[in-house]
Design a protein around this ligand. Structure first.
Ligand code: G
Ligand code: G
Ligand code: NA
Ligand code: MN
Length: 253
């Protein structure tokens, strides 16, 4: 609970930072965008991982200002990249409670206007489980966000409770294969089958597919052979503070 108090202050006092992890197009081997991942440097405790503080924020209304803050930083950054001549997408994670907030689509619209960012450069990542908390409300929010021209992706695909009936109705463009299936896919035949089936499912539904947790060239080559479209992982780059991205853009993909 002390941590929760601190988090409120952290959001107000800019102790949070957004890191960016590159996403590549597997066939062209070029970076097309970045995922925004929150980091918190606590003044006494040091680094607190998002796996600890995001769920705390999600139990309270703090998730709303926190998400809006990440959205604004990310949209601002994408705008900055455009000014440097890069048309990178930026992906922001939404949590279950964000999908219950009926004002979210308006906030997204206002931020895109404020920073004059083409909506298709913003991607929002949502998990299946977060949609299933209240599928009707989530669907309504996602329809509105999709109508703005923003791209939607299903994160951690295959790990949550979900229904293919909803997947069919959702206005999403992309499935994101969870890293837990990717990391063992070269040794574990079942994981490879899951990855292969997910790629085929996505393509048969007219969606593109990205693999996360790509740590080695062998993983990337296997994914390319299976027809996977996009990749994200330590092989290409770790989540980085924005100051490191410029140098990475010169040396990286
Ligand atoms: O950054 P890392 O790879 O450690 O992320 C751990 C978890 O925290 C992931 O599930 C990720 O989706 C989540 N996470 C990171 N940043 C955000 C954020 O801005 N919003 C939400 N809702 N989750 C985030
Ligand atoms: O839940 P979500 O998919 O949003 O979060 C992605 C998580 O995976 C973050 O914690 C991020 O730091 C982590 N991650 C990103 N790339 C890799 C990778 O190549 N290997 C592993 N093990 N984790 C990764
Ligand atoms: Na994500
Ligand atoms: Mn994921």
């Amino acid at each position: 609970l002390a941590l929760l108090n601190d988090l409120g202050r952290a959001i107000r006092e800019d102790q949070l930072q957004v890191y960016f992890q590159p996403k590549i197009d597997i066939n062209g081997r070029h970076t097309y965008g970045f995922e925004a991942l929150l980091r918190w440097q606590h003044p006494e405790l040091g680094f607190v991982p998002p796996g600890e503080f995001v769920p705390l924020a999600e139990m309270t209304n703090l998730i709303h200002p926190m998400t809006l803050w990440v959205l604004e930083q990310s949209i601002k950054q994408a705008r900055q990249w455009r000014e440097q001549g890069y048309d990178f997408t930026v992906a922001v994670n939404l949590s279950a409670r964000n999908l219950l907030d009926e004002t979210l689509p308006d906030h997204v619209y206002e931020l895109l206007q404020q920073y004059d960012l083409p909506p298709q450069l913003l991607e929002l990542e949502i998990t299946e489980s977060s949609i299933m908390v209240n599928p009707e409300l989530a669907m309504a929010a996602l329809e509105k966000i999709h109508d703005l021209g923003v791209e939607l992706a299903i994160d951690d695909f295959g790990t949550g409770y979900s229904s293919l009936a909803y997947l069919k109705r959702l206005p999403v463009r992309q499935l994101k294969i969870d890293y837990s299936f990717i990391i063992h896919m070269l040794e574990d035949k079942q994981d490879e089958i899951i990855v292969n089936s997910t790629i085929n499912l996505a393509h048969n539904l007219g969606l593109n597919v990205i693999a996360e947790g790509v740590e080695t060239e062998a993983h990337l080559q296997c994914l390319q052979a299976l027809g996977c479209d996009k990749a994200q992982g330590y092989l290409m780059g770790k989540p980085m503070p924005v100051e490191e991205i410029d140098a990475w853009l010169v040396d990286g993909l």
